[in-house]
Design a binder for this molecule. Sequence first.
Ligand code: PGA
Length: 260
Amino acid sequence: MKVRKPLVAGNWKMNGDIVSNEHLFTALRAALERASLSQVEVVVCPPYPYLGQAAAWLGDTGIAWGAQDVSALPNGAYTGDVSAAMLVDLGCQWSIAGHSERRQLAGETDDQVAAKVSMCIAHGLGVIACIGETLQEREAGETEAVLGRQVDAIARALTGSPNPLPAQRVVLAYEPVWAIGTGRTASPEIAQAAHRFVRERLAQRGYGHADATRILYGGSVKPGNAVSLFAMPDVDGGLIGGASLVADDFLDICRGAAVA
Ligand code: PGA
């Protein structure tokens, strides 16, 4: 039995519409009525326009909802940005920060990701901060250097805040870029080694709750590989992309986290 309660978060990315979301929400609710998933914390992260829909469907279920990104800035003339305060206003309990697609496609830097983490902390919004190396970096033997640099920036945000978040609201997600949406999953051993490194690094950088921090694995998690990944001692659940859009698959993965 792990001391950290597993967490499974669905990252819907830029997918869905009102009708298809309703099917997903209905299936999640129905599954919860059949069997509680109380041993696992479950979060879904739809696109911004559907956060209100998530609130309406999930408000009384125990499933939390969150955003896929958050502004690094408080408020003001930042066209297109959505602030942490707005997310809290919409009932979000979580936001993802620093997903590799934001780092790669929107050019987010480690410092910007750290600023987003700080913004979540300042508003009491739980944060799922993502890290991970590219295939090129892994093949060049740079995995630990890259993860170390990314974790250091997040650790600065975590240790620099006057009102830190409770440890159960701080989540890291190790998502090797080469495993995201590719069908190629890190082996449980590769994931465990990276997670162990990340946890030790957080502690070395002065974050006092490294042992209580959940570190999720993300990258082509499916019902068939979830249990073996989640069984690793430092893998505390998953951040699920593609499979989170298929209700049965997502629920199987959540159940996998409960048994692992
Ligand atoms: P995937 O995405 O499960 O589709 O690989 C994971 C993620 O990007 O969070």
